[in-house]
Design a binder for this molecule. Structure first.
Ligand code: FAD
Length: 494
């Protein structure tokens, strides 16, 4: 007999609820624990998982395979081309290993829930117990309700309820212990799994050698790296987070999003660690940097609660249905200019180039480029949402969808539609000296002073033109009026 833990987006051994439970079950029965992970190229395609993200997962699995092997726990990883074959393959393996229990952590997206419900049925048919638990969020979805018993759709009251709930149930932040070692006999029993190499990258997600090296050095993988990044951030930066977090040139945020979204670090671990260094030993009060960081991490829970309660957001529908009928522009050339960082708006272009190079973009810049695409270019925000997922190493459906809905004014608790970011003012405010722009747009390195924010409008046109930097592809004043009119018309129609 054996117990199986199915890894998905929880690629860690420490503070992993389902893994810890699976290990306890195996120990109580005196049977081995087997871990598995399925590489599913069709799932990657369907969910727009970026190539850097797939690469990060495979690099993480290498670290995990070694860590688990030290405890004689085999990690079985295989590629299943078609997603419809994933569940049958898991069942086949369970039969082969005589596994009577499967554990996993719940993912809240519709496709994943459907897949899990198929697994429940198969397990019932085969007499296997199946346990799926909440782990990805600190407070499970549907726990927090308004006075009227409804799901919150506004962040601030939700956040107050979230803090209160955790303070009343402090065990929600307790760590789950890592798995205990298998009986040594597991080595011989599962030797082929220990000996087999990890699958290669699926062809639909391959990277060039240069890209592989770049992403590996920018984003070292695995949970040990996640923990040392967390420790460094909490020691060196979190104290000033509140004042510095909005400035993309400052490198003052945690840069842990790839770890939260792949599960190499649990949000629970990070929030607990931040709480423990706060003078109040609570999630509120005390150091503003610490509490500010916790409140940002809470957005992650918030968007997952929204997704779990209103699953239609997974189906290309705006959260606010009255925004369904906005008439968008379909200008491919302008969309491509946005994707490639050639809009003629330096802050937008710097941000898009950061994304294309690093698989990451600073949060302030994500808001600026999202607002620019949806409002200045009046492009359907879903095109941008898609482009982000295809390029971000930290792509996470709920946070990405939430962020796009916020910026395009179509989402849960969004910016009102008439609040339209002025890219020039955003640039002056958040990249005053232009360091971020100069870093990502080498063509503008020679532009001095405030012309960096708007070279053609502020007397640096010749330098910019000579360096091949484009003129603005849209006039912000005109675009603002157009967006206001179109949003109003769209709202009128529904
Ligand atoms: P820090 O400032 O150190 O914050 C700590 C953690 O809190 C982050 O790692 C993240 O897990 C969470 N967090 C912070 N801000 C938010 C937020 N606004 N919404 C949800 N969680 C947040 N984040 C993703 O993880 N994946 C995405 O696909 C994603 N897409 C986004 C798209 C748009 C249009 C916008 C506006 C935001 C998006 N975000 C996304 C949120 C945010 O930009 C990133 O989480 C953040 O920039 C990551 O950098 P960091 O780890 O240094 O963050």
């Amino acid at each position: 007999e054996a117990v199986v833990h199915w890894f998905k987006r929880d690629l860690r051994t420490f503070d992993n609820r389902a893994l810890s439970m699976a290990s306890a079950k195996a120990k109580s029965k005196g049977v081995p624990l087997i871990c598995m992970f399925i590489v599913s190229p069709q799932d990657y395609q369907a969910h727009l998982t970026s190539a850097p993200r797939v690469d990060f997962e495979l690099r993480t699995l290498e670290v995990m395979k070694e860590d688990l092997a030290e405890k004689d726990i085999p990690l079985y990883v295989t590629t299943i081309e078609e997603r419809k074959n994933v569940i049958p393959h898991i069942m086949q393996k369970c039969e082969e290993w005589n596994a009577k229990h499967i554990y996993c952590n719940i993912e809240y997206e519709v496709d994943e829930l459907r897949r899990e419900s198929k697994l429940v049925k198969k397990c019932l048919d085969q007499g296997i117990s199946f346990t799926a638990v909440h782990d990805d969020v600190v407070v499970p979805p549907e726990t927090l309700v308004t006075g009227a018993g409804k799901q919150y759709s506004v962040y601030s009251p939700w956040f107050r309820a979230w803090i209160k709930h955790i303070h009343e149930h402090p065990h929600l932040l307790d760590a789950f212990p890592p798995p205990t070692p298998n009986p040594p006999t597991a080595r011989q029993l599962f030797e082929p799994i220990f000996a087999s190499p990890l699958p290669t990258t699926p062809p639909n997600k391959s990277l060039t050698i240069e890209e592989r090296n770049r992403f590996a050095s920018l984003w070292p993988a695995g949970e040990h790296e996640a923990h040392s990044r967390l420790t460094r951030f909490l020691h060196e930066k979190v104290g000033k987070y509140k004042e510095t977090r909005n400035f993309p040139a400052h490198n003052s945020t945690g840069l842990l999003s790839v770890h939260f979204s792949s599960g190499t670090l649990a949000a629970r671990t990070a929030i607990r660690s931040a709480r423990d260094i706060n003078s109040t030993k609570k999630l509120d009060g005390g150091n503003l940097g610490i509490t500010g960081w916790i409140s940002e991490l809470a957005w992650r829970d918030f968007y997952k609660h929204v997704l779990a309660h209103w699953p239609y957001v997974c189906m290309h529908k705006p959260f606010k249905y009255e925004y369904t009928d906005i008439e968008w522009e379909y200008d491919d050339a302008k969309f491509e200019a946005w994707c490639e960082g050639r809009t003629g708006y330096p802050i937008v272009d710097a941000a898009m180039r950061q994304l294309n190079y690093m698989g990451y973009m600073h949060n302030r810049c994500r808001m600026i480029v999202a607002s620019f695409l949806a409002k200045d270019l009046l492009t359907d925000w879903r095109r941008g949402e898609r482009y982000f997922m295809e390029h971000l190493i930290d792509g996470d459906f709920a946070s990405n969808n939430g962020g796009w809905g916020f910026s395009a004014s179509t989402g849960v608790d969004p910016q009102p539609y008439f609040r339209i970011f002025n890219p020039l003012l955003q640039s002056e405010k958040f990249d005053e000296g232009g360091e971020y722009i100069r870093k990502w747009i080498p063509e503008l390195a020679g532009v001095v002073g405030t012309a960096i924010h708007d070279p053609y409008g502020r007397g640096a046109g010749k330098v910019a033109e000579k360096a091949g930097y484009p003129r603005p592809i849209v006039d912000h004043k005109m675009a603002r009026e157009r967006a206001l009119a179109r949003y109003k018309e769209g709202l009128g129609r529904s």
